[in-house]
Ligand binder design. Sequence first.
Ligand code: DAT
Length: 199
Amino acid sequence: MPRRFPNIVLTGTPGVGKTTTAQQLVELSKSADPSSSHIPLKHLSINKIAKEQNFYDSYDEELQTNVVDEDKLLDHIEELISDGEGEGGWVIDWHVCDIFPERWVDLVVVLRCEDTNVFYERLTSDKKAETGETRGYEGKKLQENIDAEIFGVLAEEAKEAWPNEGQVVELQSVQAEQIEENAERIWTWCQQWVKDNAG
Ligand code: DAT
């Protein structure tokens, strides 16, 4: 059965603002004009799920990070996504994007923070939107993530996995006001998708 609402992958290097933007987007969908057609967007934070369900495979000492068992994760998410007759409306928030089957996804948004000084501050000093903890990256982990953002690694991976014109959109997330602008833009796209795919 075709989806009634679009599924979106919201990706980008850790610290670009995925969670903050996903939260704003879901708020927009809740506060939308009730006379317009309702689009129930749901935030699917993969970090949160992996932690809650303990989908960790091992721990990477060098990068100081848990390695996620992608098979277990995908099985679990597939169940969630196909629940409710697969009506859609999922905002999938993770820094990895190319493991999700193409058929699940209608739009891929890659958030970018191409100002290295700002990004450095985010990774070392800012709090994660998800948990409120300071990220406090250092050493190799800090360097790898800064490099990944400078070289646009996530955007490249997304374009390889979704090569069709218009499937991948890159949005800058450097300044605070861009959070709302980006959420508004994705929301407008969702409304258009529903109009185009109605019936
Ligand atoms: P992610 O989910 O991509 O790891 P986040 O949503 O936790 O990122 O955001 C990390 C921190 O940066 C958080 O304190 C909010 C802040 N932030 C995110 N996007 C921003 C932006 N465009 N301008 C200013 N601060 C931003």
